[in-house]
Structures are given as C-alpha cells and as structure tokens.
Design a protein around this ligand. Sequence first.
Ligand code: CTP
Length: 400
Amino acid sequence: MLQGKKILLGVTGSIAAYKMTILTRLLVKAGADVKIVMTPAAKDFVTPLSLSTLSRNHVLTGLTENDSWANHVMLGRWADIMLIAPLSCNSLAKMANGICDNLLMAVYLSATCPVVVAPAMDEDMWHHPSTADNLQKIRSYGNAVIPVENGELASGLVGEGRMAEPESIVSWLTDFFLRKNELAGKKVLITAGPTYEPLDPVRFIGNHSSGKMGAAIAAEMKNRGAEVTVVAGPVSISFSEGIRLVRVGSASEMFDACMAVFPETDIAVMSAAVADYTPVQMASQKIKKTDGAFTVTLTKTKDILKHLGQTKRNGQFLVGFALETNNEKEYALQKLQTKNADMIVLNSLNDAGAGFGHDTNKITIFDRQGNAFPFETKSKREVAIDIVNTIIQQLHANIY
Ligand code: CTP
C-alpha cells in the first residue's frame, strides 16, 4: 500500500526524534519515497546525516542553504501526505497559531496535501489544557492526529504522552492510503447552503445556512477518492479543489440541477437548507412600499430529496438531513420513510453547538433499519468524516 507513496516527514525537537531512523527505514523498505524536513531543535536528538542516509534523500533543515532557497511550497505539493513526527508541544502551539519561524512550519502552512501528526510529550504537558485546546484547533483545520500511547516517558514517569511506535505509524499510514481509495469510481452529488426565493429583483426569502456542512462532506468524499459534484445555493465559503461546483439560487434551480446530475450518481447527500415555500410570483420591478400591510402568497417548492427517493434505482444511496426542535427521533425516522432515503442525519437544535452558523455540529444518524448512531459534538470536518464512514459501512453491509 505504501509502494511509490510520497511521504514528507517533518521532525521536531523531542527525544522521540531518534525513532525517526526506524520509521524512515520501515517506510523506505515498504517502497515509499521519503523526504525529510527537520526543525533546528530536532537536530539535537537525531542527525540529518542519519536521516538522509536512511531516506536516500537530502534532509532540509533551514529556509536557505548555502546560497539557495528551500522551496517550501513545492514540498507540500509534492507529497501525498505530510507526517509530523514526533510533534513537540512547542511545534503544536505554532501549528495552532500559524507561527512560521522555521522551514518545517513554512512547509506545513503551505502544504496542500493531507497532514497527520504524532504528538510526543511528557504526561503533564499532554494533559495541560493548552495542549488539548491546540490539538482541537489543529484538528478543526483538518489535520489528523495519531493517538499517543501510554508507557515510559523521557522524564522517567509512566503515563500518557508517548509517541505512537513507528510500527503503529506505518499501519496508520497504510490505513490512510486504503481509505483514500474507498470511494474510487463512485460519483457523489451533494447539495449545500440555503436557497434564495426571489420576491422582486432586489429581495428574497432565505435562511442562515452557511453551506459549511455540505462543503466538509464534499471534501471528505473527495479525500476517499469519489468524483464529487456540489449543487450549492448562495454561499460565500469555498470548496476544495477538484470538486465540480454548480451554483444555483432558488429551490427550483437546485431541483433542476440535481435532477440533471442524479441519474449518473451513486451516492447523494442532501445537506442543503432548501426553502419549503416560494413566492407564487416574482415581481418584475422592485416592489414599492405602500401605507397598508404587505402580503406575500407562497407556494410549496418541490422536495428534492423526496423526488430523488421516488426515482432512485437499485444501487443508488440517498442521504437526507433533518433539523428538528422537538420529537427529534420520531420526525427524523418519518422523513427517512416518507422521502425513501437510505440514511438520515439528525441535527437537534436542542444540542449546544449544533445547526446553523456553528463550526461544530452534533448529529445522530439513523439507517433504514432504524438503528441509531449518536456522535459527540465535533468540528464539521470531523462530523463529515463520521457521516462518510457511516455511508461506507452501509454500502459494505449492502443493506439499503
Ligand atoms: N429537502 C429538499 N427539498 C426541499 C426541502 C427539503 O431536498 N424542498 C431536503 C433537505 O435538504 C434535507 C431534508 O429534505 O435533506 C429535510 O429537510 P427539512 O426541511 O428539515 O424537512 P421537511 O421535509 O421540509 O419538513 P419540515 O420542514 O416539516 O421539518
């Protein structure tokens, strides 16, 4: 699985840095192409010479060497994955705050490839609230974290904070590349954001959906190798590179765009907050105010999820969302049935950190058998991983 994979290893100043000789050896033996960047502090724990000999590549330690400049941008573009191991407390804090005072941090900040870290620190540092905050921050930026292990520490204490062993890091990387191909060949349609229902040329009825949840699901689907189309209402966020983006305004435009893409789709995830009602008529000129009250007659929009559920053929997997304030489970299961979805993702507005306008979300997923999968409050990126993992499990179980 690691044959031919380009791995960029960043080494920071921690006693566990000596284990990078073993890790580099294992990765090269597995056929990976390993390039290494070290922080100045890392050189106190392992020499660039040992690592360049084992990796068979020149090891970079400074932004400039002799009279040449190390191209940090190209390194992050070259790699299939960037692994920072060991990650010291200091470098973690720099990653969390965007501090760029050495080559490794410059490479990290400009990396376009996925980034994973293997922290290493003493138990008390590991349990410090600032470490927990910094880890949470870098996770929310999309970085993965290989869990620390429990064992003997450099201080002589025994506890949590030990870097994962090189063999565990190799299996994490192997799993990562396996997961990357899980949805290869699958075509995915995702709706995201609000819809704007026009009243006249300057006014509309809309909602507060940001599209962040849909964008995070799209990014994760792409990470797993899927070919992704996003039909997005008016949103200001950006979508990952390589995603096909169809921009629409109203519910009816979103309906048409989805109908055009759905026949060729394997998995559809309807995360958009589509308006349920739209003005019967859009005034062709700006509506002028008068002394009396103003009444707008609304008519129902077409339910996109329901239409897809009705036209779905064998093998197509359909996911809906439900945002509820009361009787959450009952309503979510009702939507699953009436819209003929295969899975429903419930957000309850009773949960703190869930719903519109947050960077976090708290979900419970229901499958067709009525099984419930509850998850903790997490960043939308992490929630997207849970949603995609559950879809993949359902596809494997073939029970839809
Ligand atoms: N949905 C859709 N098209 C619509 C309305 C909703 O595709 N016109 C989709 C949403 O994207 C979501 C699911 O249906 O995946 C649930 O939407 P929601 O608005 O919560 O449910 P409704 O069925 O509209 O019911 P209610 O408003 O009564 O809760």
